[in-house]
Design a protein around this ligand. Structure first.
Ligand code: FAD
Length: 495
């Protein structure tokens, strides 16, 4: 076991959120010492891991970019390598890179109330060594899904298939898809990204979905940003376009929740306008659920619709009876011939990067905790986690969480206290933390923390409201207790 070092703040994960959290510390609490522990050997998280053809954002970079560092690339819907480079450059510019300890997988963190410190255990994935650090505040930015394995449902007959079956989370370097017949199983963001990208060189791409998803075309370049850039400096353009996009996305979400029939009709009409005459829009693009019961898929410049129009790609809505030696047989009896099958069937959700937390010797069951302001857990002192929005860009929330952590640290210093512990809501009215009905959410939501029925325990998924709550709202409210080191936490009821 290596010797123990101590830092004021320990950040877990060097993805978009962890790098952002470190930059906020650097900007707002420059006197605090910190380290970032990253399990992999690279910066960027999701944007370094996913390498499938066409990998891109599906939200605009004016809101997926950091509040403090303008996105200057003309493409608002950006490709994966450009986002990875943006995160890396940000880390370099803010001096974060040298604080990252790569190949350190955090496995356990133990809070001790008498010393008001976390002891964090990490396993070195390069040397096999176990490392121990202590910190006063632990901030987990470990994303929300398993890195080692994407989700693949049981595909009957898959072992007979003579071609290749690949998952987008582990795209093989040696896969040449040119001239191949490809079946992409899935209907989410990854499937709608992959299909037009593969269709550029493949013989044909079929997107095979059990049920449709709402798909909306958006311009890949922001015309307002383009116009403003001609007359204003980048520093002025970025916040203006960021707020324009926040307000448009918030209005879109609110309208979808209040007038779902109208929004369904608008989405259907927009899709029909981009598809060939006589195309069965209802079968392939009209889900049974309401918009935003599941995430809406964005396609830049309507690339998916264009691939269908040109005959390079098609959509089949059916269920798989079995995979055969040469493709897929469907419940309707139709056969889809394939050289490659891509299982764009999703992720396995994972809370807190699989880190076991203990408080004064007792294990914390995340499912028995309640999220406070969507970023701390009841009964878990000096701990924050970054989980982004499900209906808007992840970074909007990540920036607010990082700012709030800095506010909390400053408040503790100012008041001569060392410990901040969220409390569960007194009314005990609890709900799932994610209110989407997508399969990947329903599969895992019971293992995640819950939320309360009202603020500060309720996630409203509303950025303007969260700006008021987290950037300007009171730090001392009924949901949190500040104290000095030495007060045991054992008495705190978690949920
Ligand atoms: C294909 C894809 C496309 C997406 N597109 C968008 C989009 O357009 N807009 C949007 O808002 N969101 C999108 N998302 C969600 C996306 O994950 C977030 O935008 C963002 O990248 C999350 O950043 P993060 O740093 O919180 O997590 P991640 O990117 O997952 O990074 C987490 C980091 O933590 C490390 N880590 C995890 N556990 C541990 C541990 N125990 N110890 C040490 N290190 C650990 C990981 O190795 C990783 O580097 C997308 C997700 C996927 C999978």
């Amino acid at each position: 076991m290596a010797t123990t070092d101590h830092v004021d703040v320990l950040i877990v994960g060097a993805g978009l959120s962890g790098v952002g959290a470190a930059c906020h510390l650097r900007r707002n609490c420059p006197e605090k010492t910190y380290a970032v522990l990253e399990a992999r050997g690279a910066i960027g998280g999701t944007w370094d891991l996913f390498r499938y053809p066409g990998i891109r954002s599906d939200s605009d970079m004016f809101t997926l970019g950091y509040s403090f560092r303008p996105w200057t690339n003309p493409k608002a819907i950006a490709d994966g390598p450009a986002i990875r480079e943006y995160v890396r450059e940000t880390a370099r510019e803010y001096g974060v890179t040298e604080h990252i300890r790569f190949h350190h997988r955090v496995v356990r963190a133990e809070w001790d109330s008498t010393t008001a410190r976390w002891t964090v255990h990490a396993h070195r994935t390069d040397t096999g060594e176990d490392v121990r650090l202590t910190c006063s505040f632990l901030h987990t930015c470990a994303g929300y899904y398993r890195y080692d394995e994407g989700y693949t449902p049981d595909l009957p007959g898959a072992d007979r298939f003579t071609g290749r079956i690949v998952h987008p989370q582990h795209w093989p370097d040696d896969l040449d898809h040119a001239g191949k017949r490809i079946v992409v199983i899935g209907s989410g963001a990854t499937a709608v990204t992959l299909v037009p990208a593969l269709a550029e060189q493949a013989a044909h791409v079929t997107m095979l979905q059990r049920s449709p998803t709402y798909v909306m075309a958006l311009p890949s370049r922001d015309v307002v940003a383009g116009a403003l850039r001609r007359v204003l400096p980048e520093r002025a353009v970025y916040p203006l376009v960021r707020w324009k996009n926040v307000l448009l996305a918030t209005a879109n979400f609110q309208l979808s929740r209040r007038a779902p029939t109208l929004v369904k009709r608008l989405l259907r009409r927009a899709a029909r306008g981009r598809l060939p005459v006589g195309y069965d829009v209802d079968r392939h693009f009209s889900p049974r659920y309401d918009p935003w019961d599941q995430r809406l898929c964005v396609v830049p410049d309507g690339d998916l619709f264009a691939a269908i129009r040109r005959g390079r790609a098609s959509i089949v809505t059916d269920t798989i009876e079995t995979v055969t030696e040469t493709g897929v047989r469907l419940a309707s009896g139709e056969q889809l011939a394939a050289d490659v099958i891509v299982t764009a069937t999703g992720l396995n959700l994972l809370a807190l990067g699989d880190t076991v937390l203990t408080v004064d010797g007792e294990d914390v069951d995340p499912a028995a905790t309640v999220a406070y302001k969507g970023m701390m857990l009841s009964g878990v002192p000096n701990f924050a986690m970054t989980i982004g929005y499900t209906n808007a860009s992840w970074t909007l929330k990540a920036d607010l969480v990082a700012t709030y952590v800095c506010r909390l640290l400053a408040h503790l210093d100012r008041t001569g206290q060392q410990v901040v512990t969220p409390l569960p809501p007194p009314d005990g009215d609890l709900h799932p933390i994610i209110d989407l009905t997508a399969g990947y959410v329903l599969r895992s939501v019971d293992a995640l923390p819950r939320q309360g029925a009202r603020a500060p325990w309720r996630l409203y998924q509303n950025y303007p409201r969260d700006v008021l709550l987290m950037r300007y709202g009171r730090l001392t409210d009924q949901g949190v207790r500040f104290s000095r080191a030495g007060t045991p936490e054992r008495s705190t009821v978690r949920a």
